[in-house]
Design a protein around this ligand. Structure first.
Ligand SMILES: NC(=O)c1ccc[n+]([C@@H]2O[C@H](COP(=O)([O-])OP(=O)(O)OC[C@H]3O[C@@H](n4cnc5c(N)ncnc54)[C@H](OP(=O)(O)O)[C@@H]3O)[C@@H](O)[C@H]2O)c1
Length: 246
């Protein structure tokens, strides 16, 4: 027995990194989870209560299939974690129409339509958490399209919070800073990823990167415990957003 026995959750982008940590935390707490990504191998051995579904958020047919799978396997859903996202490192001058569209497809359009598709399955009183990024406020010269897409999904999440309020569904945002994950949230070579991580440790006021379990704890707090909180952003960034300039 544990804290979330009987709860049902969908984690979109749950195959590694922050999403996988949330899947594990939910399963440990007794919840039944449907977790998605394009490569679901890591999800096979966690627990019989974790169902894996191969699904690409840039494909509207996959989003529809995800909706049907969630309805069939879980029925009603208590919590949806819309975590999927990735950042291309692109100087402002290098952004193309194709790379811009791709960034918005993965970070904004897909997450929006996933949430819209799953909202009808969420039990009244349930919740949604979206993952944005400290980059959503801009300022990183190589993250133009990614920053814009994360800002967009953040704004859409706050509108969804207003839209779903009559059903008692809370919608909140977790906004990580530098968190050690297999990808560090970026599309880059291993060498560049290591350099990026080291730069993050230097830039972060706490002088370290975050651990996925620290983000997972914040996500579960927003999901189940923050009962008087909606439309809010919880930063989990070692002070990066609020202290860096002081
Ligand atoms: N790590 C950081 O420092 C950091 C900082 C700020 C914000 N974030 C944000 O936090 C979230 C998680 O980051 P992370 O570092 O944990 O990244 P990650 O390890 O790369 O995980 C990303 C998740 O999204 C899934 N995904 C990616 N593209 C997808 C697609 N087209 N369709 C379906 N699923 C897809 C991945 O699964 P597959 O690969 O199996 O498809 C994976 O489950 C992202 O939204 C990221 O932008 C991370």
């Amino acid at each position: 027995m544990s804290g979330h026995t009987g709860k049902k959750a969908v984690v979109v982008g749950g195959t590694h990194g922050i999403g996988l940590a949330v899947v594990r935390a939910l399963a440990q707490a007794g919840a039944e989870v449907l977790a998605t990504g394009r490569d679901v191998a890591a999800l096979q051995e966690i627990s019989p209560a974790v169902h894996a579904l191969r699904s690409d958020v840039t494909d509207m047919a996959d989003i529809e299939r995800l909706g049907r799978a969630a309805a069939e396997r879980l029925g009603r859903v208590d919590f949806v974690f819309v975590n999927v996202g990735t950042a291309a490192i692109e100087p402002f001058e290098a952004v193309t129409e194709e790379s811009y569209d791709r960034s918005f497809a993965v970070n904004a359009k897909g997450p929006f339509f996933v949430a819209q598709r799953l909202a009808g399955l969420i039990a009244d009183g349930g919740s949604i958490v979206f993952t944005t990024s400290v980059a959503e406020t801009g300022g990183g010269s190589v993250f133009t399209a990614y920053s814009g897409a994360k800002a967009a999904i953040g704004a859409m999440a706050r509108c969804a919070a207003a839209a779903l309020l009559p059903r008692g569904i809370r919608v909140n945002i977790v906004s990580p800073g530098f968190v050690r994950t297999p990808t560090m949230g970026i599309e880059a070579s291993e060498r560049d990823r290591v350099a990026f991580g080291n730069m993050g440790d230097e830039l972060t006021p706490m002088k370290r990167h975050g651990h996925v379990d620290e983000v997972a704890a914040a996500v579960l707090f927003l999901a189940f415990d923050a009962t008087f909180t909606t439309g809010a952003t919880l930063t989990v960034d070692g002070g990066a957003r609020h202290l860096a300039a002081s």
